[in-house]
Design a protein around this ligand. Structure first.
Ligand SMILES: O=C1C[C@@H](C(=O)O)NC(=O)N1
Length: 349
């Protein structure tokens, strides 16, 4: 068994870096967790809907950690026009994130009807920008409806198929897949459709978040067979499946609350431990040899972001305990698996 692992240029293709002092705390954790590239989500308050806002946000992140490469995205909303897509592309913005209305953190301004956005998708296809889909339909309280968090992802898949059929050259990523149905759907579609998978969904099932609010995220972890499908596609080394951590920090008081009127915030925080955690998990299900593909080459190939010359990280096999909390000023955040032991750590130079 090898005691060190050298991984070329790990890239996190889905991460929440927040804003203000909270961003100052969590943005540094991208590098702490072994990553030099962050594909940044736009669900701020208010969301990032214009090129100008995306560039301003990028500058704020660069001021916190200038070493990490930030790939910026816009939040799909009625304000977004085909002309703004062309501006965004020219300014180096990479993608557009679509949140169905009300499904997760800061998605109140999310979309209800994909066809209304076809002119935007057409422009994205033309200039080669990526469409990032939060793949869930909203839960429904309509009498007779059976839609809830457990089947929200499979019920979204017809939208994915329809979008790909309408825009076959548009690069689409189904984000943070959690079901066998999603894995099979993405595999069956063409080379322009890919899928991100989080580290925590490789560990969790329903039993781990029902009654354990720190493990609650959207989409929620599903059945053991769904988790097995995520593991299988990584073991297979499928090139259109790669890591997007969906690392989503929230203040501890929003994750764990006794007040019945304040619901638990959705999000699992993995940034500061991401590479050792991913190595630990892949090894646990016999896929350690697929680590570099999963955390680096597959996503980089899909996003056309080759690794920079010589950029690599070395992991060392050693037991290391996950820090219980990270804090700075008045802000703090608790990572996934706080206090648990991992089998790998980053060898720092
Ligand atoms: O899609 C998302 C958003 C994220 C957040 O907190 O921003 N948290 C989640 O659990 N899922």
């Amino acid at each position: 068994m090898a005691d060190t692992l050298t991984i070329s240029a790990p890239a996190d293709f889905h991460v929440h870096l927040r804003q203000g002092t909270f961003a100052e705390l969590v943005t540094k954790h991208v590098r702490e967790g072994g990553f030099g590239l962050a594909y940044v989500m736009p669900n701020l308050v208010p969301p990032i809907t214009t090129t100008e806002e995306a560039l301003l946000y990028k500058a704020q992140l660069q001021a916190i950690d200038p070493v990490v490469e930030y790939m910026m995205t816009l939040y799909l909303s009625p304000e977004l026009t085909p002309q703004e897509i062309r501006n965004a592309k020219a300014a180096g913005v990479y993608g557009v994130k679509s949140y169905p209305r009300g499904v997760t953190t800061n998605s109140e301004g999310g979309i209800e009807n994909y066809e209304a956005y076809y002119p935007v998708f057409e422009a994205m296809q033309e200039v080669d920008m990526v469409l990032n889909l939060h793949g869930e339909v909203p839960s429904s309280s309509t009498p007779g409806s059976n839609t809830c968090v457990l089947n929200a992802e499979p019920q979204f898949l017809p939208h994915l198929r329809k979008l790909h059929a309408a825009f076959p050259r548009l690069r689409i990523v189904l984000e943070h897949a959690t079901t066998r149905a999603a894995v099979e759907c993405v595999k069956a579609l063409g080379d322009t459709v890919a899928c991100s998978i989080t580290a925590h969904h490789l560990a969790l099932t329903v039993d781990d978040w029902a009654g354990q609010s720190w493990h609650f995220c959207k989409p929620v972890a599903k059945y053991p067979d769904d988790r097995e499908a995520l593991r299988e596609v990584i073991r297979e080394g499928h090139p259109r499946f790669f890591l997007g951590s969906d690392s989503a920090p929230h203040p501890p008081g929003k994750k764990s609350t006794a007040a019945p009127s304040s619901p638990c915030a959705a999000g699992v925080y993995t940034s500061p431990i991401l590479l050792p955690l991913t190595a630990h998990l892949l090894e646990s299900f016999g896929a350690l040899d697929k680590l570099e593909g999963f955390v680096s080459t597959h996503g980089r190939a899909f996003y056309k972001k080759p690794a920079r010359e010589g950029e690599q990280i070395v992991l060392r096999r050693t037991k290391s305990k996950i820090q219980e909390v990270w804090a700075q000023g008045a802000d703090s955040v608790v990572p996934f698996w706080a206090g648990k032991e991992l089998n790998w750590e980053i060898l720092r130079g």
